[in-house]
Design a protein around this ligand. Sequence first.
Ligand code: GAR
Length: 208
Amino acid sequence: MLNIVVMVSGGGTNLQAVIDAVESGEITNTRIVGVISNNKNAYALERARKHGIKSRCISPRDFASREEFNENFISAVDEWEPDLIVLAGFLVVIPPAMTKRYQNRIINIHPSLIPAFCGTGFYGLKVHEAALERGVKVVGATVHFVDEGTDTGPIILQKAVEVEDGDTPEILQKRVMEQAEWQILPRAVDLIANGKVEVRGGKAFVSR
Ligand code: GAR
């Protein structure tokens, strides 16, 4: 059984996709042991509560220094002894000590086809604004392992989505979530839970 901790900052629709997939059996061998948010007002926390999943709020704002936050953050995660950490719209930088301790055991959903529109400053709606500004015709989402860089770790799954005439960043964001994110994040968790993802030479290989 793969014990996962999901980290969130906002609405939590990706968390919901994972919860639903666990409950429906689309994701197998997996238990969500806890949800961590840096934002006490995140609707994602309500989603966890409704499904009887434990949650915890921990924010850099509550600590005198980033070092102090990082130490407490890592201890909070360790207490749940996760096999896998799932970043589902989590907007806090993961401390290097955590990426080291949980090497190839942290995954992130990013709302673009990496390496396009990723890295520092590219998150949430900003990604879709940048894609429309550039005039690309295809966008999408990526699930990748988290390493010490920003959106640089091994890519597990990607799914493309077409840009349509008249798209606004909000419309495009919704289409990318519906057609890509809510599908590939649960699928990646299920693949990992069933031993089908392997990292070799800095790349992820998926067997199906
Ligand atoms: C999602 O679109 C996710 O891909 C993005 O934040 C949104 C969270 O929505 N993540 C990033 O931009 C990370 N760089 P949600 O709270 O409804 O799942």
